[in-house]
Ligand binder design. Structure first.
Ligand code: RIB
Ligand code: CA
Length: 359
């Protein structure tokens, strides 16, 4: 029997509105879009750049969705760049059944007026991190391909970044892509393995804060949250997204932002129902964005993380050693406690206010 070391203890984090500058990498899909909308609603959050990784949809569609969502929120100023076009080693698998063929559910966003930056996302990450040492927090809500490539290009990233928040993995929790693997780590398991290896042994305050399925599936959006959002936006009438309505029914909300968010989420509700999870939507990336923005209350525990890349049935599976049984230093701080009702109160209030500002 291995020596049972003392398990790492949860460290609590209280909410804050202190200024935050983010580098975001996403695979804009529905919950990535909601995360971006939320971040645009936060005056204390600077979006230094948003970069695209293939995942939910192909990378060009990710970039188009990201540009369109930012413009919808009045943020056509934020640079968007494309990086990797496929995972490091395995073929790209996308998930049109989860996020829709275009990745944003039933929403039909106005085509973006801008194109992505001509420069590569990875070079942009490295340049900004070197130019602003200690200032930028990384938020990763996609497979970790671009982040792994950035760490290869600049191994000092853990020292140069102010912090890292990752949506990814499932620790002692059922996977959502295979019985044991979560989508982001399954799409690019080698990138995830490289990222955690790069952070192993870093000082605790620099370790990535990891929002995994055991806590992100608690952020379960329901139709009443969409109704509350429309009310907070002072829409002309109630926003009813109901399970007995025809699939694909389009919103007629008076606020364009609420209308498009409602059309995205309806698709997500229909997907979760189709897979016996109820007429709900796990908005994983919104929770990770609230952690990165500093507005979430949570607790996290240090652990050494392993990402399986070889065993065929277990590829992408993440395992956390909270007790030091492997004799390896921690490589992550895994969120172990969050507060869904607070998260939704924050989302409705913040995005409702943004919708009012946008008109
Ligand atoms: O497993 C959930 C994650 O996979 C989220 O980031 C979602 O957008 C998908 O990318
Ligand atoms: Ca995502």
């Amino acid at each position: 029997m291995a020596v049972m070391n003392e398990a790492s203890r949860p460290v609590a984090q209280e909410p804050s509105r202190a200024p935050v500058s983010l580098l975001v990498d996403c695979d804009t899909g529905i919950d990535d879009a909601l995360a971006l909308v939320y971040l645009c609603s936060q005056p204390h959050v600077e979006l230094a750049a948003v970069t695209a990784t293939p995942g939910n949809v192909g990378v060009d569609q990710v970039a188009r969705n990201t540009l369109a969502v930012l413009e919808l929120c009045g943020r056509g100023d934020v640079p968007v760049a494309v990086g990797a076009r496929a995972p490091l080693r395995v073929p790209l698998v996308t998930s049109p059944e989860t996020h829709g063929p275009q990745g944003i559910g039933h929403a039909e966003l106005p085509p973006p007026r801008r194109a992505p930056e001509p420069r590569d996302a990875v070079g942009l990450w490295v340049e900004l991190a070197r130019a602003r040492p200690g200032e930028l927090t990384a938020l990763l809500t996609a497979p970790l391909t671009n982040f792994a490539l950035a760490l290869r290009a600049e191994p000092r990233l853990p020292e140069l970044l102010a912090g890292v928040v990752i949506m990814g993995g499932a620790y002692n929790h059922q996977g959502n892509t295979t019985p044991t693997a979560e989508w982001n780590t399954h799409v690019d398991p080698h990138a995830a393995a490289e990222v955690f290896a790069a952070y192993a042994g870093q000082p605790p305050g620099r370790l990535p804060v990891v929002c995994a399925l055991e806590v992100t599936e608690r952020i379960e959006m329901r139709p009443e949250h969409v109704a509350a959002l429309a009310e907070a936006a002072r829409c002309a009438g109630p926003e009813l997204v109901l399970p007995d309505q025809a699939e694909g029914t389009r919103s007629r909300a008076s606020s364009p932002l609420v209308r498009h968010v409602s059309d995205m989420l309806r698709f997500y509700f229909e997907f979760h129902r189709r897979y016996d999870q109820g007429y709900i939507a796990h908005v994983h990336d919104y929770f990770a964005a609230s952690v990165a923005a500093g507005t979430a209350r949570y607790a996290a525990r240090a652990a050494a993380v392993h990402v399986e890349t070889e065993a065929r049935r277990l590829v992408g599976t993440t395992v956390a050693d909270f007790r030091g049984l492997w004799g390896e230093p921690p490589s992550a701080r895994i969120v172990s406690e969050n507060h869904p009702e607070e998260a939704f109160a924050e989302l409705v209030s913040a995005v409702g206010a943004l919708a009012r500002r946008l008109g």
